[in-house]
Design a protein around this ligand. Sequence first.
Ligand code: ZN
Length: 172
Amino acid sequence: MRRSGYLGRRYRLKLVDRQDQPLRLEGDFFHLRRDALPDARKHFRQWYVREGSEWPRKRVAQLAPRTGVSPTRIVARELGFSWGSCGRNGVLYFNCRLLQLSVPLVDYVVLHELVHLRVPRHGPNFWRELERALPRSALLEKELRFPAGDYLVLHPTRPPKARAAQTATAAT
Ligand SMILES: [Zn+2]
């Protein structure tokens, strides 16, 4: 399954002749400057890294009170096929592609990692706490069972066989 977009919405690409930045989001369109087309993949990646760092920070600040814990630091970066992970000393890592997911799924990943700050392992206690912070979390967990790579805009096409062979956990 391939999706492209921003917070669950799909956007179309429009080539423009003049604009300051090579790539920007404008209404329902990504505007890509025509001379930046050969490097489109790089510009999309940079855009997602930049925006993808800001968004989890905001959501963590808003959602942390539901769990009663806060991370010491938030890091957004390429995480391969993981949407997020909980590191040592209270650091939370989020995939910078996170914002290609819909808002409820982003919130799921954020709350999943926040609960890990209290309960490191996926035991009954973990799922109980997550459900308390986010009702219907089990349904969202199912939706996330796609490897992160399948969401990436302009991701190189991989043969379906290779994709099926990947067994990635949505959020660890
Ligand atoms: Zn987990």
